[in-house]
Design a protein around this ligand. Structure first.
Ligand SMILES: Cc1cc2nc3c(=O)[nH]c(=O)nc-3n(C[C@H](O)[C@H](O)[C@H](O)COP(=O)(O)OP(=O)(O)OC[C@H]3O[C@@H](n4cnc5c(N)ncnc54)[C@H](O)[C@@H]3O)c2cc1C
Length: 761
């Protein structure tokens, strides 16, 4: 029992002080991925999150699906899902939660953080004060947890603000901007007029559920009475819920930090008014058995402060795909701006324009220009309002935050401040360490000499020579133009043979195209066209092209839409081999062709996107000579996803024991082995609401065994589904060879490996 006599002076809260190498304010996806990355490299991290769970807008409190450069598979960014920790989280979520239950996603984030002994996680704890040791240096922060009535003092040399509103940047005096820049300020032609936009607003959603029996709904007194005040009220229906209702948006003309509670009330009025309309207007008899299962209590915030770093990313960086020597991350979501009047605007809910490929984000966007020990992560990074329209999505936020986590590691090791990494070889070191842990950085390859595989001779039991994707009992009409992506090396286009069927004579338009910008997947350069006469019945189409390619790259064999003709497809799927379709995906403003208004600084081009499995078959096609792009030496290319080539070793279909052998000719000391497998970087893996038909990616190696030069089994995995497998051997082994035996994932998919790394420690 506790008793206290009356006190004459005021009491203080219980107080705890923590010292750490890095303090991360905000446990959204950015803060979470930053903290995990740093902790795995040995930093002591305190992660302070003012809510009961992690994930910010991706958590069950808000329920937005995580997206990034893959853009729901609706743009031309092939194999662009973000790698590293965010990839591990999304792959895990797909395995445990293919149904997209937001509560399960919460548990995955919590699991990933509590697994890290270097992270002290403070939930329900809000950062409320900052202390500085000099005008440009943060010394400590104060945070308060209302659940345990405890005040924390958190002391560190390095801080990261990942709080969405930039609470730490604000308190510490970091320079920031809020609202839209004019066209003139950065020469951004897509900068909105004052009439269109200022800030993007907040949103709240609801989930509905069929109870199997009629349910009445009596609206709360505050529900919006007249739903017709919302110009798009006719879009409400009884089927859609969750983040499909992203357009219930409000607050873009208010102070999106300090007016948040008012904005939330307005959104509640709209949500309950919309539900009242669905239940009680009589227009939706199908809603009779529906009940409101959940209504958001915390609004999803899109935009507030953007902090100023040593570089401000702009529209031109995105659209022109400008290269930066200090690139640590990339983006690929469209530039996606919304009318500031949100749901009360007569305009469409968003104005999205895509780039032709992914764009680079430099390290200089990820720290404050005037608070020398403050990193920035998440939506607050140093970008213009227009560029923010793209960088704000959570896959991109998390990806940049991983770079921040790793930068903090180097700062700690070398006793440097964030901006000092720009000197000497530190950025190269940062990029290499990110590549090692799964971050793809456009144009860079992992080549650290500590990786023993660097000096190994690599042989394989077989290497796929792709001469034939055999026909299955699968014919599909060409309702949309289709292209087979073929990774070709310099030289002539191989002879290609495909088969088609038609009931009547018709013409088929076929072309060979490439991307003007190497590494893109926008076929904007037509090399050669053919018009082929198709006769009734089965046609064998032999394609001999005169043209050649002068650098290794993916080539598009394009067959234009002709619904009278059916093409023969294959059931075989191979790492880095893909069909894409000139298809529409309205959810990301892909209408087949992007034709922006004049003078907004955006390109016109066609969309060519893959189909989700179980669709997305390859064409049945023969190639002569065979494609030889699946060599075993690819495992030391330093690139662990398809780019201009598949960058993978792929075994022959008929190889019964696919095996890679790494030989050094002298003993090597090995403690750690890292294997990188194909979990289909084209798959967006939307984290909530949208279900997925598979919980393991069909290209992924499930079972493997690793042997030393004495044929001792040193590691084994029987149920892998992850992209990266890191094996820390119980003791350092000495061996001249490593033999990695893998099983084909299935009869239809040959075994493949992107990368193997070995280290002495
Ligand atoms: C309606 C809507 C639709 C969107 N659609 C998508 C989409 O489909 N896919 C997508 O990927 N992105 C989408 N976005 C964008 C994306 O959700 C945000 O840009 C992103 O969540 C920002 O990430 P963050 O980590 O910076 O912030 P947040 O996700 O907001 O995380 C910040 C965290 O910091 C915490 N925090 C705040 N203040 C403090 C404090 N004082 N102390 C401690 N912790 C604090 C917050 O509670 C929060 O958990 C959408 C956004 C909105 C609002």
């Amino acid at each position: 029992m506790i008793t206290r006599s009356e006190g004459s002076s005021a009491r203080s809260f219980h107080k705890i002080t923590f010292g750490a190498d890095l303090i991360v304010a905000g446990g959204g996806l950015a803060g979470t991925c930053c903290a995990i990355t740093a902790a795995r490299e040995g930093l002591k991290v305190v992660l302070v999150q003012d809510r009961p769970v992690l994930g910010g807008n991706s958590s069950s409190e808000v329920r937005l699906w995580v997206l990034g450069a893959t853009s729901h598979m609706g743009n031309n960014n092939r194999w662009a899902r973000e790698g590293g920790v965010i990839d591990e989280i999304l792959v895990e979520n797909m395995y445990r939660n293919p149904e997209g239950n937001a509560v399960i996603f919460d548990t995955i984030l919590l699991d990933k953080v509590i697994e890290e002994s270097n992270i002290t996680l403070l939930l329900n704890t809000a950062v409320i004060e900052a202390t500085k040791s000099s005008p440009g240096i943060l010394a400590s922060i104060k945070a308060f947890c209302s659940q345990n009535s405890t005040e924390y003092e958190l002391v560190s040399k390095l801080f990261c603000d990942a709080s969405g509103d930039g609470v730490l940047g604000f308190l510490s005096g970091a320079a920031f901007r809020m609202g839209a820049e004019s066209r003139e300020e950065f020469g951004e032609k897509f900068a909105p007029s004052a009439e269109y936009g200022e800030l993007l607003g907040h949103s709240l959603y609801f989930y509905s559920k069929d109870t199997g029996k009629p349910v009445n709904f009596v609206p709360p007194t505050f529900a919006l009475n007249d739903i017709t005040k919302i110009p798009r009220f006719k879009k409400f229906n009884a089927k859609e819920h969750g983040c499909n209702l992203w357009w219930i948006e409000y607050g873009g003309r208010q102070d999106t930090v300090h007016d948040t509670e008012d904005i939330k009330w307005e959104l509640w009025k709209i949500v309950y008014g919309a539900w009242n309309y669905i239940k009680n207007s009589g227009n939706f008899p199908e809603a009779k058995n529906l009940t409101l299962e959940w209504v958001g209590m915390i609004p999803g915030k899109r935009e507030s402060r953007r902090f100023v770093g040593d570089y401000i990313l702009t529209q031109q960086d995105i659209i022109e795909q400008r290269a930066h020597g200090d690139t640590v991350a990339y983006g690929g979501w469209s530039i996606d701006l919304h009318p500031a009047d949100g749901v009360f605007s007569e305009k469409p809910g968003c104005n999205q324009w895509h780039g032709k490929g992914i764009y680079q984000i430099p390290y200089r966007c990820y720290y404050s220009k005037n608070i020398a020990n403050l990193f920035l992560a998440g939506r607050i990074i140093s970008v213009s309002h227009v560029a923010f329209g793209s960088t704000r999505v959570m896959g991109t936020n998390a990806y940049g935050a991983q770079a921040v986590g790793m930068a903090a590691v180097i700062c700690r090791e070398k006793n440097l401040l964030p901006a000092e990494l720009l000197n000497g070889m530190h950025i190269k070191n940062l990029q290499q360490r990110l590549l090692k842990t799964g971050q793809h950085i456009p144009g860079l390859a992992y080549n650290e000499e500590t990786n023993l595989v660097h000096d190994a001779a690599i042989t394989a039991s077989s290497e796929l020579r792709l001469s034939d994707l055999p026909e299955a009992n699968l014919m599909k009409p060409i309702n949309e133009s289709v292209a087979q992506l073929l990774p070709l090396t310099e030289g002539k286009i191989p002879k290609l043979v495909i088969h088609a069927h038609s009931e009547e004579q018709t013409q088929l338009e076929i072309s060979i195209s490439i991307s003007q910008h190497t590494g893109n997947f926008t076929p904007d350069d037509i090399l050669e066209r053919k018009s082929i006469t198709i006769s009734p019945g089965r046609n064998c189409i032999r394609l001999l092209f005169e043209t050649a390619v002068n650098v290794s790259q993916y080539v598009f064999l394009i067959i234009r839409k002709n619904p009278k003709v059916k093409l023969y497809y294959s059931e075989k799927r191979v790492t880095g081999i893909l069909t894409v379709f000139n298809q529409v995906n309205e959810s990301v403003s892909n209408f087949g062709y992007q034709s922006p208004p004049d003078d907004i600084g955006i390109d016109s081009f066609e969309f060519w996107c893959p189909q989700r499995r179980p669709e997305g078959h390859n064409l049945a096609i023969k190639m002569e000579p065979a494609l030889k792009c699946f060599s075993s030496v690819n495992i030391k290319s330093g690139i662990a996803r398809p780019t201009t080539q598949p960058n993978a070793w792929v075994a022959d279909w008929n190889d019964e024991k696919p095996t890679l052998t790494l030989s050094w000719g002298r003993k090597q000391k090995i403690k750690k082995i890292i294997l990188k497998f194909d979990t289909d970087f084209d798959h967006p893996m939307e984290s909530v609401l949208m279900g997925h038909p598979e919980n393991v990616i069909p290209f992924c190696i499930r079972q493997y065994r690793i042997y030393d030069d004495q044929q001792n089994l040193i590691a084994e995995q029987k149920n892998n589904y992850q992209t990266i497998n890191t094996i820390c051997l119980p003791t350092t082994i000495e061996t001249e060879k490593l033999v990695v035996a893998v099983d084909h994932p299935s009869d239809q998919v040959p075994a493949s490996v992107f990368e193997i790394l070995c280290f002495e420690c």
